[in-house]
Write a protein of this length. Structure first.
Length: 85
C-alpha cells in the first residue's frame, strides 16, 4: 500500500489494462499506482516530479506492449518497461 492516503495523493490521469487494473498518476505523492480489481494498491514508481497522466503501450505507433508511459507537469516523458503485467 502506498504511504499516501488516496484522498491526499491528488490523483490525476489514469489508464486501464485488459485485465481491469487501473494505472493512476498520484500527483501529490509523486507516484504511479496500480490498482487491482480487488482494490489492492501498489506503487509502481516513486519520486516523480508531479506525474499527470499515464498511458499503456499497446504494441502500435512505436509504443511497446507491456510498458507504461508517464508525463509530468515538469515536462518529462518517462517510460517504465514491463510495468504492465
Amino acid at each position: 500500500m502506498p504511504p499516501w492516503p488516496p484522498r491526499a495523493a491528488l490523483l490525476e490521469g489514469l489508464a486501464c489494462d485488459a485485465d481491469g487494473r487501473l494505472y493512476v498518476a498520484a500527483n501529490g505523492a509523486g507516484q504511479i499506482w496500480r490498482i487491482d480489481p480487488n482494490g489492492e494498491i501498489c506503487a509502481l514508481a516513486r519520486g516523480l516530479r508531479m506525474p499527470s497522466a499515464v498511458a499503456l503501450g499497446r504494441g502500435s505507433w512505436g509504443f511497446h506492449a507491456g510498458n507504461a508511459y508517464v508525463v509530468t507537469f515538469a515536462g518529462e516523458l518517462i517510460e517504465f518497461p514491463g510495468a504492465v503485467l
